[in-house]
Design a protein around this ligand. Structure first.
Ligand code: SF4
Length: 258
């Protein structure tokens, strides 16, 4: 079965690492890092302590997201295992010398074809912005699972991004093209098809280069309002002080050069 091949690949990578065959040891890049601020990703990888923890409200949102995921798992299992014959593996680990992550659901149909399902939960209010779905960083993460799976197993899986909230859902099958990603699927029972002008491969190469060099790229002044540094005017990234506080007098409060 396909997931056994994934496990075999993981074990080999792990054994290579233990034997010290030129494979870098922990920490690795997380698959969810792709598409996020590379400075933030690399500061974590390099072990730089951030000045902020997640506030309780955000931790609560994470917990609710896990609850949505449990519901989706049960429904997926009922559908796949009960009707079309196949299996659902939850939290399938993928691991290489550089990347590590967990596929939310790995579906294997009777014919052996794998489907990667990445699950994202949203609040109903946030759904007001459903025109922004699928989000770029979610596409990057799901796309990378598909790539790593292909590289480890030699089989190209289908990649699906699934969103659920209290009363809404959306699912997108992602297909990579030269200029971007085609996302096709259903949103609240309505067919939907969107282009997302995004090149995850280039982002992957950029991040892997920084990882291999062991450097955190300097934040660019214009990034301050773009990359999740702040939310509603307050710092929202644990590395805000590291990136901006000492530089504010150079770059101005809004991240513009003075
Ligand atoms: S503060 Fe902004 S630029 Fe710095 S690591 Fe965080 S998101 Fe990136």
């Amino acid at each position: 079965m396909i997931h056994e091949l994934v496990l075999t690949g993981m074990i080999e990578a792990h054994e290579q690492e233990r034997a010290g065959h030129g494979v870098q040891k922990e920490p690795r890049l997380w698959c969810s890092d792709l598409g996020k601020c590379p400075t933030r990703v690399m500061l974590r990888v390099l072990g730089v302590q951030g000045g902020m923890d997640f506030p309780p409200k955000i931790l609560k949102v994470f917990a609710l997201g896990n609850a949505y995921e449990d519901v989706t798992l049960r429904w997926l299992q009922a559908g796949v295992e009960g009707k079309v014959k196949g299996s659902v593996t939850e939290q399938q680990v993928v691991r290489t010398a550089v990347w590590s992550g967990k596929i939310d659901f790995l579906v294997e149909l009777e014919d052996g074809m794998p489907i990667i399902v990445e699950h994202k939960a949203t609040g109903d209010k946030w759904w007001d912005y459903h025109g922004n779905l699928p989000k770029s960083e979610h596409i990057c993460q799901a796309w990378l699972y598909g790539q790593l799976y292909h590289e480890l197993c030699g089989v190209e899986p289908s990649v699906v991004l699934y969103y659920s909230s209290w009363t809404h859902y959306a699912e997108f099958v992602l297909r990579a093209h030269t200029d971007g990603i085609r996302a096709e699927g259903t949103m609240d029972d309505e067919p939907i098809s969107r282009w997302v002008w995004l090149k995850p491969q280039l982002l992957r190469e950029e991040l892997e280069l920084a990882f291999r060099q062991g450097v955190a790229p300097d934040p660019r002044p214009g990034d301050k309002g773009m990359t999740g540094c702040t939310f509603k005017g307050a710092p929202s990234c644990p590395y805000y002080d590291h990136c901006w506080r000492k530089k504010d007098h150079h770059w101005g409060k809004e991240g513009k050069a003075e």
